[in-house]
Design a protein around this ligand. Structure first.
Ligand code: UTP
Length: 297
């Protein structure tokens, strides 16, 4: 495997764009941010923050919008609740609510005033990221993997540098952004392009871009001048395609499974998978078997 001539700059920061409306999961998202809907026993966003921390990320930038204030509250202390749990000697629950409280100063929140697209959301984080590489993690994509998906990407990044995106094989490339591979070394694929939602018979590969990116800060200047693309939104993919002309881009076929929580069935699938993988897995499997056996009765 080719190694970078100088060692790549350390990855310390991650951007989590959470300013979208979550229209595919209405009415649940009318008053609750999509990212706080529970996937089994915790908000979806907790899995993504845990994944970031497990990969050595030190600072998380949330790009939020109106009606997303509850996300900020979730990552703060809750004194009233703590005092109540203490008074009732509920040590286990006390420990559980403490898990979501980050190191002071390790999270920033910036507003995207209008949902102009994922590319625009990432651009809103430019001043907090500054001139260093950073990760983008889409919080409606959950990656069940060990080591975590981002940790696998950091490992690859430390070897080859540049820009890295996580990919996974799919039977439905027409639903996603798909990469055009140039050459392959194990799970690491040198890229020469990407296409958004190709026709199935024209897809350049079956590897879809699954929602984790390591990007160099030069992307911000490109995002600034990026014209709206598909869906009349400022697309991250369009600026990445331009960055690919001047910088290295690799895709990593990471080891693990992506759960797309963007729509209702996807949410249910993720919730079921995480429940089955939890310490309650056997009980959950029994409940599911029972539900299926009695379906429609
Ligand atoms: P999605 O399009 O999947 O999320 O964007 P959405 O807009 O919330 O969902 P629907 O389509 O209305 O159901 C992927 C991610 O990018 C964020 C979203 O919050 C989501 O996490 N995003 C998207 C922004 O932060 N700002 C935008 O302008 C667009």
């Amino acid at each position: 495997m080719a190694s970078a001539s100088t060692s790549p700059r350390t990855l310390r920061k991650a951007v989590l764009p959470v300013a979208g409306f979550g229209t595919r999961v209405l009415p649940a998202t009318k008053a609750i941010p999509k990212e706080l809907l529970p996937v089994f026993d915790r908000p979806a966003i907790q899995y993504v923050v845990d994944e970031a921390l497990a990969a050595g990320i030190e600072h998380i930038v949330f790009v939020t919008g109106r009606n997303k204030g509850a996300i900020e509250d979730y990552f703060d202390r809750s004194y009233e609740l703590e005092v109540t749990l203490q008074a009732k000697n509920k040590a286990e629950q006390l420990a559980e609510i403490g898990l979501s409280v980050p190191v002071a100063g390790s999270m920033s929140f910036v507003r995207q005033q209008a949902a102009l697209g994922l590319g625009h959301a990432v651009w809103c984080a430019r001043d907090i990221i500054g001139d260093e590489p950073f990760a983008v993690m889409l919080p409606d994509m959950l990656m069940m993997a060990k080591p975590s998906c981002l940790a696998q990407m950091v490992d690859a990044y430390n070897k080859v540098g540049g820009n890295i995106i996580a990919v996974e094989p799919t039977d439905t490339p027409e639903r996603y952004g798909v990469i055009t591979p140039e050459s392959r070394d194990g799970r690491l694929i040198k890229m020469k392009g990407m296409v958004e939602k190709p026709k199935r018979e024209e897809a350049p590969s079956n590897l879809f871009i699954s929602g984790r990116y390591i990007l160099q800060p030069e992307i911000f200047a490109l995002l600034e001048s990026q014209r709206p693309g598909a869906g009349n939104e400022i697309q991250l993919t369009d600026s990445m395609a331009r960055l690919m002309n001047v910088q290295k881009f690799h895709a990593l076929e990471y080891e693990g499974t992506t759960y797309d929580c963007g729509d209702k069935v996807g949410y249910m699938r993720a919730s079921a998978a995480y429940a089955l993988a939890s310490e309650h897995g056997d009980d959950v499997a029994a409940v599911m078997r029972d539900l299926l056996a009695n379906r429609g009765k």
